[in-house]
Ligand binder design. Structure first.
Ligand code: ATP
Length: 419
């Protein structure tokens, strides 16, 4: 741990363990943090499980570091937020039972060994003791270490996917992200769960959350292809089918997202949306509308997805045809980066690709020399005509029709006469 973690973080774990010992509770780091630590993958997303009162312990840690706590009494969980914005989760060790398949579980307090029994896969059941005398000891009650070494995704029991069908998506995400393989029996159980239509029992918000996680993976295309192998696209919409066309478009999106990242214009706010646009692309527009109405994606992104499905057939020919930079600019200037990146991936026209690239790298940076203040100084009466004139100035500059400030002055005089 000492070698693989930043030293302040390691120190925090040690101090947390010492505090736990003093307060007579047992504390463990669990889940993805431990899995990734053993795999050598950087991950400071810390989940602690407390045998005892997790909420009280989290509050004691927060006092010690002047951190904030957000408590979810019902689940016995707390988010601790440090002054630098870093957070970690603290939970009370608990057991969960499912009253009916795919429902949310009922919860009771328990020990770490019982707690990890409710987890999805053996590789996520590993825990590390933090209490002082046994700090750093691995608790491996389900063969998680062996499965990490064998690169295997394995459920803990035969009813796992029935208890929670979201695990079908989680299994595929881990398999593809980590380059692991599904254990044979786990794959059989998954196929069976899909055949039984268990995924249909998930609420739209749980299904949407899973889909969003898939689309947000670092390499979502192979993860989506794997969902298709397991016939899981049908749960997004029965008409959604994997095809070579869809695979091509998704690969083009992957390249376009990488191209955008290379421009150093800052990151896309929601790269997942670009993959979402590609995924929904084969579907007719009313079907996309119906699908988005059912799923519960964040509003702004859902609107972009819908807009693209309605408008890309109209917009792409325009961007292919446009010759003047101002025409390209006007056609694209209101669109979010995600949409532009998608259109760049979707078009086969070299001209359209170039136009969209120019939008990012050239057109958006162009400004006329003269401003509203200059128009005022030239004696023009402030009003709606200012906007018109400034827009025409910008168009002229984009098209190279004006070069100097004097050119702009002349153009303003001409335009002012007409306004
Ligand atoms: P990621 O790297 O994708 O965030 P993670 O392993 O940290 O992966 P989370 O989704 O943050 O995963 O969940 C934290 C832990 O909670 C997991 O390691 C897993 O053990 C457990 N968990 C999450 N979802 C489920 C589920 N549906 N069923 C069982 N256990 C789950």
């Amino acid at each position: 741990m000492k070698d693989r973690l930043p030293s302040p973080f390691f120190l925090l774990l040690q101090e947390t363990g010492a505090l736990a010992e003093r307060r007579h509770v047992r504390v463990h780091a669990v889940g993805g943090f431990v899995r990734d630590l053993l795999l050598g993958i950087p991950n400071l997303d810390l989940d602690l499980v407390v045998e005892g009162d997790g909420i009280r312990f989290a509050k004691a840690v927060a006092r010690r570091y002047q951190a904030r706590v957000t408590t979810h009494e019902r689940f016995g969980t707390v988010v601790v937020t440090f002054a630098d914005g870093h957070t970690f989760d603290v939970a009370t060790a608990r057991t969960e039972s499912y009253d009916s398949p795919a429902a949310l579980p009922t919860v009771q307090r328990s020990s770490i060994k019982q707690d990890v029994r409710r987890r999805d896969f053996t590789i996520n059941t590993l825990a590390i003791r933090l209490n002082t005398p046994r700090f750093g000891e691995l608790v491996d009650s389900h063969g998680g270490r062996r499965d990490l070494q064998d690169k295997t995704i394995r459920v803990l029991h035969g009813l796992s996917f029935i208890d929670d069908p979201t695990r079908v998506f989680r299994a595929i995400r881990y398999e593809q992200r980590l380059g692991f393989q599904l254990d044979w029996n786990t794959a059989v159980l998954m196929t069976e769960a899909v055949r039984m239509g268990l995924v249909h029992r998930l609420s739209p918000s749980r299904l949407s959350a899973e889909l969003l996680h898939v689309l947000s993976e670092r390499e979502p295309v192979k993860t989506l292809a794997r969902l298709a192998d397991f016939n899981l696209l049908q749960f997004i919409h029965p008409r959604l089918k994997w095809s070579s066309g869809l695979a091509q478009l998704l690969n083009a999106v992957e390249k376009a997202v990488a191209w955008h990242a290379g421009l150093s214009l800052g990151r896309l706010t929601s790269p997942w949306v670009v993959y979402g646009m590609a995924l929904l692309d084969p579907l007719p527009q009313p079907v996309v509308q119906e699908t988005l109405a059912r799923l519960t994606f964040p509003r702004r992104q859902a609107q972009s997805l819908l807009w693209v499905s309605q408008e890309n057939a109209r917009l792409l020919p325009t961007v292919t045809r446009t010759v003047k930079p101002s025409e390209t600019f006007r056609a694209l200037c209101h669109l979010p980066d995600e949409t532009l990146v998608f259109l760049r991936a979707k078009t086969r026209s070299a001209r359209a690709k170039q136009n969209i690239s120019d939008m990012f790298t050239v057109y958006r940076r162009v400004r006329p020399i003269l401003t509203g203040n200059d128009l005022k100084a030239m004696g023009l009466k402030p009003g709606p005509s200012y906007n018109k004139i400034l827009n025409r100035l910008l168009d002229a500059r984009l098209n190279g029709a004006v070069e100097t400030e004097a050119d702009e002055h002349r153009l303003v005089h001409r335009l002012a006469k007409r306004c």
